[in-house]
Design a protein around this ligand. Structure first.
Ligand SMILES: [Zn+2]
Length: 432
């Protein structure tokens, strides 16, 4: 406890070894300005010649700080610019540094920078929200988040050994007048449901480079590689992890089957009625019921679906595609890994039957092409255990993706939010 006015001020400001010089309160709507200086207890000497330095000038440097008593606050650091008294010395002049107050070049205090990083990185708040709260501009906050975040994300202990590695494409922005889609690839520890990194693009080269940088020792511990049904990720595993068993992610297999069903519905709609779905058309009315899994269709819904298909699907094509989608789901209910390839082959053969709509036959061919990766799931069951954490991870990844346009920013932000950095290191990191 202190009753000394000077000490009381210093306690409130809460920085080590500073003198509080003044507090300005211009109006209730402008930030409170607290002027400080560092305490100089021993003479400062020139690094070049050892002469005792003299003060050249005292530039005030305003820094965004944490709010004080509910008010936006600026810490105005009255810095000292020193100069060597000896005109022959090459050192000239220099400005004092104190990273406990603020890192060089940062326009906010170190503590406000760490707090902003936590708000944006861990709690997923937007940069503008935090900027508003501190009465700062967007770039000031973003710079601090990127600088502190880079140090956390690049920490060598963040990525441990991984047994099942997943690759997945993520759309992170649409750029420019033509809204060109910007893709990135998430590299995921599938068992832990943890984002390891994101690399630019969705072709194989960046992910291959990333694995090459991890080194053969790390790569050698990976037993499973999970992927969507895309050739480029298959190429990554073929090239970089030839020993790992490739596993098709059930989510993507389901999604493909659902897409094919949707294509059949749209085509039959167009062929029978000659126009795109309208509110009163039976197939349009059936679209939400078609998406539901069979066990979620109670009797009234099932009757409704049967009625709508009888009215809108004269050749039974939509019904066939619906059964195909359900058969793909059933594939994953089986539990015997030794029979899995047979089931996959049987399913793809059934789908390629001449009587099936072309979209279903195409699905059958795709399943045939990926038969080993699809069947491998039954042996590895990689994404099955941590499905919940994987869903949670993908939600977190997408939440950050919204509105990001700069890959460097996206990279740091998504890893802070979904990459489980060690937040306890935040108080010790040096902004990068
Ligand atoms: Zn000197």
């Amino acid at each position: 406890m202190s009753h000394d006015p000077t000490e009381m001020c210093e306690l409130l400001v809460g920085l080590p070894d500073v003198n509080v010089l003044a507090v300005h309160d211009r109006s209730a709507t402008t930030p409170l300005r607290v002027e400080i200086e560092t305490r100089v207890e021993t003479p400062v000497v020139c690094a070049g010649c050892g002469a005792v330095a003299k003060i050249k000038d005292r530039p005030p440097v305003p820094l965004v700080d944490l709010p004080a008593f509910g008010r936006a606050t600026r810490l105005v650091w009255i810095k000292r610019r020193w100069e060597c008294p000896d005109p022959r010395c090459v050192t000239g002049s220099w400005t004092e540094l104190e990273p406990r107050i603020a890192a060089p070049r940062m326009s906010m205090t170190s503590r406000a920078g760490r707090w902003s990083t936590l708000q944006v990185g861990k709690y997923g708040r937007t940069v503008s929200e935090v900027a508003d709260e501190l009465g700062a501009d967007w770039h000031t906050i973003n710079d601090a988040v990127i600088a502190n975040g880079t140090a956390l994300v690049d920490h060598p202990d963040r990525i441990g050994d991984v047994e099942a590695l997943g690759l997945d494409e993520v759309l992170f922005s649409r750029r420019g007048e033509w809204r060109i889609r910007q893709w990135s690839t998430s590299i995921v520890d599938v068992r832990a449901g943890r984002l390891l990194d994101v690399v630019e693009g969705r072709d194989s080269a960046p992910a291959c480079r990333w694995l090459a940088n991890r080194g053969p020792g790390w790569c050698g511990k990976i037993r499973y590689g999970t992927l969507d049904l895309s050739g480029s990720y298959r190429a990554v595993f073929d090239t970089m992890l030839p020993e790992a068993t490739q596993v098709a992610d059930p989510f993507h297999v389901h999604r493909l089957a659902a897409q094919k069903l949707d294509e059949v519905r749209r085509r039959v709609q167009q062929e029978t009625l000659g126009h795109r779905g309208r509110k009163s058309d039976p197939l349009y009315r059936a679209r939400k019921l078609l998406v539901l899994a069979q066990e979620r269709l109670d009797e009234p819904r099932q009757d409704k679906l049967v009625g709508l298909l009888a009215a809108g699907d004269p050749r039974g094509e939509v019904a066939t595609a619906w059964h195909a989608k359900e058969a793909v789901r059933e594939l994953y209910a089986h539990r015997n890994p030794d029979l899995a390839v047979e089931w996959v082959d049987q399913l793809s053969a059934d789908m390629q039957d001449r009587g099936c709509p072309p979209e279903v036959r195409q699905l059958g061919r795709t399943i045939r092409r990926w038969r080993e990766q699809i069947a491998a799931w039954h042996g590895a069951q990689v994404p099955n255990g941590p499905t919940e954490s994987m869903n949670n991870l993908s939600k977190r990844v997408k939440r950050v993706a919204f509105g990001m346009t700069n890959f460097v920013h996206w990279h740091i932000r998504v890893l802070l939010y979904a990459g489980q950095p060690n937040w306890s290191l935040l108080s010790t990191v040096q902004p990068a």
